[in-house]
Design a protein around this ligand. Sequence first.
Ligand SMILES: [Zn+2]
Ligand SMILES: [Zn+2]
Length: 183
Amino acid sequence: MSCPDCARKCEIVKMGTLELDLCDGCGGLWFDRNELERLPKELSPDDLTGELQAVVARLAVRKAASKSYPLCPMCHESMNLAQYQKVSGVVIHRCVTCGVWLDGANAAKFFFLFEAGRMAEFEQRAERANTEELEARVAKLEKQQSLPPSSCAMSEIPVTRSDSWGVFAVFDLLGFLGSLFRD
Ligand SMILES: [Zn+2]
Ligand SMILES: [Zn+2]
């Protein structure tokens, strides 16, 4: 695989059962689909020893940021910008079909936070944010569907009633006047 940022050939690095593609030029890291989400579940900060520690140390040295919007290194389509777990501050480029690219700066940031044991916290906060978004959307829908019984119902009924009372009053008056002339 070639690096989507600097076109250098990436090398495969193993982290647990995951095989990631690392660019030694800019420190960018490619995760196949679902690998980024699997990493914090398969590894703990304590596992970052020996070879893994060496990989993470290399990421911390390069830290080159993407200069533009990189294309997916697999299918060469454009990728979506997102934030890992919504609240982590780690910017990711996601190809919906193939996987996720972290440029050098964000790969370094990701492992800095991973080593600090922050991943579970980000996952929880992202879940909470998702729930809140969903609740807000439901509340908005409910508001749209249950409009209060406003002007139409309030105004029509009394008007009809007073009109018919008015009509009765006129008939009564005519009846009264008629009875005066009949006598
Ligand atoms: Zn590169
Ligand atoms: Zn792709």
